[in-house]
Design a protein around this ligand. Structure first.
Ligand SMILES: Nc1ncnc2c1ncn2[C@@H]1O[C@H](COP(=O)(O)OP(=O)(O)OP(=O)(O)O)[C@@H](O)[C@H]1O
Length: 258
């Protein structure tokens, strides 16, 4: 059985009368990719901040493995654009970093050619990879990625998700990713936790996208079958012409489990 890295147990966060998180249960295991989804203002960043220890739970608790080591990738790089700073120097700022690991880490992410580039001239996709490199230099057993594909085009998003999956396979680390919707990330995710202050539903991507709570928040998937997962469940048979033959009771159906 894989090691449990983090467990949220009935975690709640309130300010004055406002509930930001309510009774959140969530587990992240080693080697598992968990995607956290929810609409704007649903508490995703608050949950991440709580995991990072930057926000204290007002109810419940966050149980962390004693050897938990988080590599955090923020949504954006906040650096003064007038400050000259190369990628190499930026990564050398990681506390306790072994500088000899900087180039191999960039190579692993396919961006070794950027090592002497100024960080403020990088494209969206390049910036995300540099931030991922910074997270990896921390030797994490849990990667926490806050909207890792923000500002990246669709092809770049697929590449980044492939990269993240490859890192998980190589390091057997846990991954917690924040996303706004499930379309592209779906195939790369083991478990989805859909929140809107509370956990609306959780489980496999197929289970969650078929859940009424998910569909109430994000609509019914399937408008674009090229990217949505379509699981066609047969409870009937077709004749030689493809026509549906009725069941014994005369009924038949096609089920869409997204
Ligand atoms: N320290 C705080 N004090 C009071 N309210 C806060 C605090 N931090 C966040 N909030 C509020 O909590 C709500 C949830 O915010 P949060 O940033 O966690 O949502 P989110 O799901 O990450 O949203 P988005 O998708 O827009 O990034 C927001 O309405 C926000 O204004």
């Amino acid at each position: 059985m894989s090691t449990r890295l983090v467990a949220f147990e009935k975690v709640g966060i309130s300010f004055d009368d406002r509930v930001l998180l309510d009774s959140i249960d969530m587990v992240i295991n080693e080697g598992e990719i968990v995607t956290l989804i929810g609409p704007n203002g649903s508490g995703k960043s608050t949950l991440i901040r709580t995991l990072l220890g930057l926000q204290v739970a007002t109810r419940g608790q966050v149980v962390r493995h004693k050897k938990l080591r988080i590599g955090y990738m923020p949504q954006k790089l906040h650096i003064d654009p007038t400050l000259p700073l190369t990628v190499k120097h930026f990564l050398a700022l990681v506390r306790g970093v072994d500088k000899s690991e900087i180039r191999p880490t960039l190579e692993k992410l396919g961006i070794a050619y950027l090592i002497e580039s100024q960080v403020h001239v990088l494209s969206g996709g390049e910036t995300q990879r540099v931030l991922l490199a910074r997270a990896l230099l921390n030797h994490p057993n849990l990667l926490v990625l806050d909207e890792p594909v923000q500002g990246v085009d669709v092809n770049g998003q697929v590449e980044l998700y492939n990269l993240i999956e490859g890192i998980r396979d190589e390091l057997n680390c846990g991954v917690l990713m924040v996303s706004h919707d499930l379309h592209l990330v779906m195939a790369k995710t083991d478990t989805v936790v859909c929140i809107n202050q509370h956990v609306c539903c959780s489980g496999t991507p197929q289970h969650v996208t078929g859940h009424p709570a998910y569909q109430a928040l994000f609509g019914v998937p399937g408008a674009d079958e090229s990217i949505a997962i379509y699981a066609h469940q047969h409870d009937h048979v077709h004749d030689d012409h493809g026509d549906v033959l009725s069941n014994d009771d005369g009924s038949h159906s096609h089920c869409n489990h997204h």
